[in-house]
Ligand binder design. Structure first.
Ligand code: MCA
Ligand code: AMP
Length: 468
């Protein structure tokens, strides 16, 4: 079945009184649609394009143009190190780089002209057509490409439009990276589906959030806690309609401090790259610090005990959170094994998070099942990926990477390293830089601890909990 490609329905109205501003460059919706249509027109015969997702208007034009053309987009973190970049390019095999390209990938690039204009008529499109291949870390191995269809993205955004009463006269402000669901799908496609305004501030600092006047603000808890520590900037958000936090748990004291400073209670929401946002605090609903809300339209959730039985929705009992519904991904690219493993036999996606549900259907996320998935500053980082990279350093015999609780970052990446016999200890910054060269900047450990041996149980398995 095909339907008209109307994922960016609001943008298609081409209004000249709605604006998108990214790091200081502003286009009206009419101008953005014209420029993106010109990009779309240059993509005949293309299946999949990679976009070096810097926080710029070029990225917005590349992504928007490809989606209008029904071409798959692979957003690539602009600070990707050599191994991560090679993995993404080999795995996704894009036809070309749309916009600026990193050196040496062997993939051609197509320049984007922000001044070009063309007209656009929505074509026919299968809603199951993939919109994004979005790379995200697992507990082990290199990142997996999450396949997100036009159907999933549309359903995910419509659920949030309903939950937050998102309207065309809203102006969203954020400074999030454009290679993840939060900044790109919610933060860019959200306004373009609604037909609303967007101010992307470039870098998510309290100063930048305060200077951009909007009705809605999106941020990860690290940004919210920095805003809470900066009263004069927090107070500038008083006029907003909705402050939204997600990607990691918002500490209760940050929620309370922001309420004092802004007069607003932050609305938390929960999701994953694989599921999009599944649970959200409604704009017209009650807010509770530490709670992330109720399933959005089209999504169901359940809590399971280890033996597969149902966990009571009593506000106290903890269980594994499973989800299903219209916002779910279509699988991991080239990884049918990993896709199959992530679903139960009866078709629910296993999030890996543990949660509590109350009788009214509200969710509280208690934590993750695995210590090997770290959330630092809102980024999902696999401990295994950093460990295999560090093990490639000539001085490292073995290592264990953990996420240590951190007031600012949620978790801070710490690497415990056993040196090869007879090797002098390198400077810790040499090891962190090594990770940055191979993976990406946000995967660098914040601290390196040299140890004589890693703690192991009788079976020889490293006991990471003893490193926390
Ligand atoms: C950082 N620095 C380091 C190290 N780490 N230097 C040496 N060694 C290290 N290990 C440097 C940085 O390069 C930077 O330097 C300085 O220290 C400060 O870094 P940082 O504290 O990280 O602050 P920041 O650069 O201001 O960034 C904080 C941030 C950012 C704005 C919160 O991390 C961010 O945008 N996070 C959002 C992630 C996100 O969007 N996640 C969503 C995925 P210099 O100043 O020189 O540059 S989750 C998702 O999509 C789901 C669906 C969901 O639920 O939303
Ligand atoms: P990612 O796939 O990078 O989007 O990371 C998804 C993970 O982020 C989830 O599995 C959760 O562990 C975490 N997460 C997202 N939103 C929240 C939230 N509001 N509270 C707690 N954890 C969250």
């Amino acid at each position: 079945m095909t339907t008209q490609n109307r994922l960016l329905a609001g943008l298609l109205e081409a209004r000249s009184d709605r604006h998108v501003s990214v790091d200081g460059t502003t286009l009206s919706h009419a101008e953005l649609l014209g420029a993106a249509a010109a990009v779309a027109g240059s993509l005949d015969g293309r299946q999949r394009v990679a976009v070096l997702a810097t926080p710029t208007m070029t990225t917005v034009l590349a992504v928007t143009g490809a989606l209008l053309a029904g071409v798959e987009v692979v957003p690539v973190p602009p600070d990707s190190g050599a191994d991560e970049l090679r993995h993404i390019v080999d795995d996704a095999a894009p036809d070309l780089w749309l916009g600026p390209a990193p050196d040496g990938t062997g993939v051609p690039s197509l320049t984007i002209d922000p001044a070009a204009r063309a007209s656009y008529e929505p074509g026919e499109l299968d809603p199951e057509r993939i919109a994004f291949v979005l790379y995200t870390s697992g507990t082990t191995g290199l990142p997996k490409g999450v396949l997100l269809s036009h159907r999933a993205v549309a359903a995910g955004l419509d659920g949030l439009v309903d939950a937050w009463a998102w309207r065309a006269d809203d102006v969203l402000v954020h400074g999030l990276p454009l290679f993840h669901v939060h900044g790109l799908v919610l933060g860019v496609l959200g306004p373009l589906r609604v037909g609303a305004g967007l101010t992307h501030v470039g870098r998510g600092t309290p100063q930048a959030y305060a200077a951009a006047r909007g009705s809605m603000y999106f941020a990860v808890p690290t940004i919210w806690s920095r805003i809470a520590e900066s009263p004069e900037h927090a107070e500038a958000l008083r006029g907003a309609r909705l402050l939204v936090s997600g990607s990691a748990a918002l500490p209760v004291p940050v929620f309370e401090r922001l309420r004092e400073l802004t007069g607003l209670e932050v609305a938390e929401r929960y999701g994953m790259s694989e599921t999009l946002i599944t649970v959200a605090t409604r704009a017209d609903g009650s807010r509770r610090a530490g709670w992330v809300g109720v399933p959005i339209e089209g999504v169901q959730t359940r809590l399971r005990a280890e033996d597969g039985s149902d966990v009571p929705r009593d506000g106290e009992s903890v269980g594994r959170l499973e989800v299903r519904g219209s916002t779910l991904f279509s699988g991991y690219l080239n990884r049918p094994d990993a896709t199959a493993e992530s679903f139960t036999e009866d078709g629910w996606f296993v999030t890996g998070d543990v949660a509590v549900l109350d009788p009214g259907g509200a969710h509280r996320i208690v934590g993750r099942e695995s210590v090997d998935l770290i959330k630092s500053a809102g980024y999902r980082i696999g401990a295994g990926e950093i460990e295999s990279t560090l093990s490639g350093h000539p001085a490292v015999a073995e290592c264990a990477v953990v996420g240590v609780p951190d007031d600012d970052l949620g978790q801070r990446i710490v690497a415990h390293v056993v040196l090869r016999a007879g090797r002098p200890a390198p400077d810790p910054t040499e090891l962190t830089a090594y990770v940055g060269e191979h993976l990406s900047a946000h995967k660098r450990p914040r601290a390196v601890v040299f140890v004589d041996a890693l703690p192991r149980n009788e079976m020889g398995k490293v006991q990471k909990k003893r490193l926390l």
